[in-house]
Design a protein around this ligand. Structure first.
Ligand code: ACM
Length: 516
């Protein structure tokens, strides 16, 4: 070790979210030499391999010379068979599957991974590129530098898979426009926390941020500004495609939201025939909610819903489109149900599955519809009933996962209508018991949300996300019996230095003894 130096961190590996199993092995650490080979025989593993090579300063190769220490990435068949068959035999000719000790199998699930670091190399196995990506995220958190500057990985066996299939982050790009480049930073942060759904709240009273071919006036008239008159903007179809591809390459699906039948002033400002008066409404750049609405009886309304949901579905490769449905004040239940039903039918006709905020649970829903819980003051009975009748519940409780809530009274950014949300509040809750009576199979996942009424810059956004995003990510990823606040606070402490190194603004919660 004298040439290599000693390892600085003595607290043990700090992986967030906490893996299903992380076993420290009694071996020496693996020392990575510059230019180390990242071996990925399967073409589908190449993107993950490039990411790993960039992380460690290595080079991607299809095969390695015998007896050379390598980082090896493998995709196994979903049935447990090696996809690449004999090509993946080890250097000594022994098939890959036989080298795995019993009891160390890759956990079930498409996103599972197995990571083994030994003094002579690293082996990563997964069933999908997304699983490989999660393993690389774990490797990034395990990587340390010795006092002499060498990169080392501790000898470990990690067996890991997510608890929930949907681990999301919703970003409001309507109240304040968020440029594609800034969203890419957010996507990278999501991948760093093993999140897999980016939900974009693309429209609201203040603005319509996505250019749709059938309705060009939406962005032409209604995207020029943000709350308070701040600069606006919109995404072209090319911008959106680029962002979706960037996210998909990191294992993240984009779920676009066009919020109807309330939160629609931007649409009414662009198209006068959506209002009973026949005239466009005024631009609105304040932060009130609940005052705007579509009207079921107007002939233009059905065509509008059909056009905009058809367009956004066609532009979105992922399986879900979000129809909003929240906070419509003063609309009769029948009219609300009609409008939600029309939007949902347009989404389904375009081949996508429907997501909506919790209010849609009061309307007739097709089985499989995703209901996103958010307002903890509402009577939960309709959501539990919807889950029992075949809907799936996505949990975004405002007092836990609304990451635009102030950390404490007087905090300069954010709002406080759902309470003050410190790091521990985001961490210390249990999805399975949040809605008592909800059938376990109806629980689809957990999603953080950040609304941007008061958030004007990327620094504002990341300051609200970090460190709470790490807490919500662990709630969504880690098994219930692997979660413990005291344990989390010691692990998350190591992330601060990484955020500093990445130049990210973040909130140094006094609940953690940060390593900086
Ligand atoms: C919401 O916070 N209105 C979904």
């Amino acid at each position: 070790m004298s040439l290599v130096g000693s390892v600085r961190h003595v607290t043990g590996p700090a992986v967030v979210p906490r893996p299903l199993r992380l076993q420290q092995l009694p071996d020496e650490p693996f020392v990575l030499l510059p230019g180390i080979a990242v071996v990925a025989p399967d073409a589908a593993a190449r993107h993950a391999a490039q990411r790993l090579a960039a992380l460690v300063g290595g080079s991607v190769q299809a095969a390695a010379a015998p007896d050379t220490p390598v980082l090896r990435l493998r995709l196994l068949g979903r049935d447990g068979d090696d996809l690449a068959g004999d090509d993946l035999a080890d250097d000594d000719g022994q098939p890959a599957a036989e080298r795995l000790p019993t009891g160390d199998e890759l956990p079930v699930g498409d996103e599972a991974y197995r990571l083994r670091v030994r003094p002579d190399g690293v082996e990563v196995d997964a069933r999908t590129p997304a699983g490989l990506g999660h393993a690389i995220t774990t490797l990034a958190q395990l990587l340390t530098r010795t006092t002499a500057g060498a990169q080392v990985l501790p000898a470990v066996l990690v067996l890991d898979a997510p608890r929930f299939a949907w681990r999301g982050l919703s970003i409001d790009v309507a109240r304040h426009f968020v440029r594609v480049g800034d969203l890419e930073v957010v996507v990278d942060l999501m991948a760093d926390h093993k999140l897999n759904v980016l939900h974009l709240h693309l429209t609201d009273d203040q603005a319509w941020r996505i250019d749709l071919p059938s309705r060009p006036e939406l962005v032409r008239r209604s995207s020029g500004a943000s709350v308070g008159g701040d600069p606006g903007g919109h995404y072209t179809a090319e911008d959106y495609a680029r962002l979706v591809a960037y996210a998909v390459a990191r294992g993240i699906a984009v779920v676009p939201e066009l919020d109807v039948p309330g939160h629609v002033n931007a649409a009414l400002h662009a198209y006068g025939d959506l209002s009973p008066s026949g005239r466009p409404t005024d631009e609105y750049l304040g932060i009130e909610v609940g005052f705007s609405r579509l009207t079921a009886a107007l002939p233009a309304t059905g065509a509008f819903l059909h056009d905009v949901f058809g367009d956004i579905a066609a532009m979105t490769p992922g399986p879900y489109v979000h129809i909003g449905g929240d906070e419509v004040q003063g609309m009769a239940p029948d009219e609300y149900a009609t409008l939600v039903g029309t939007a949902a039918a347009a989404v389904r006709a375009a081949g996508k599955q429907v997501v909506g905020w919790q209010e849609i649970a009061t309307t007739p829903l097709e089985p499989g519809t995703v209901v996103q819980y958010w307002d903890v003051h509402a009577d939960p009975a309709p959501f539990v009933a919807a889950g029992a009748a075949g809907a799936r519940l996505l949990l975004s409780p405002g007092d836990r996962t609304y990451l635009d809530m102030k950390y404490h009274p007087g905090y300069p950014l954010g709002l406080e209508w759902a309470g003050h949300v410190e790091l521990r509040d985001s961490y210390d809750w249990e999805p399975a018991t949040l809605l008592p009576g909800l059938p376990a199979e109806a629980l689809l996942g957990v999603e953080a949300a950040v609304w941007t009424e008061t958030l004007r810059t990327l620094d504002d956004l990341t300051t609200m996300l970090l460190p709470r995003l790490a807490a919500v990510a662990e709630v969504a990823w880690s098994a219930a019996d692997r979660r413990d606040w005291e344990d989390f606070r010691t692990r998350v402490a190591a992330l601060g230095a990484r955020w500093d190194a990445a130049g990210l603004s973040w909130y140094p919660s006094p609940q953690v003894d940060w390593q900086r």
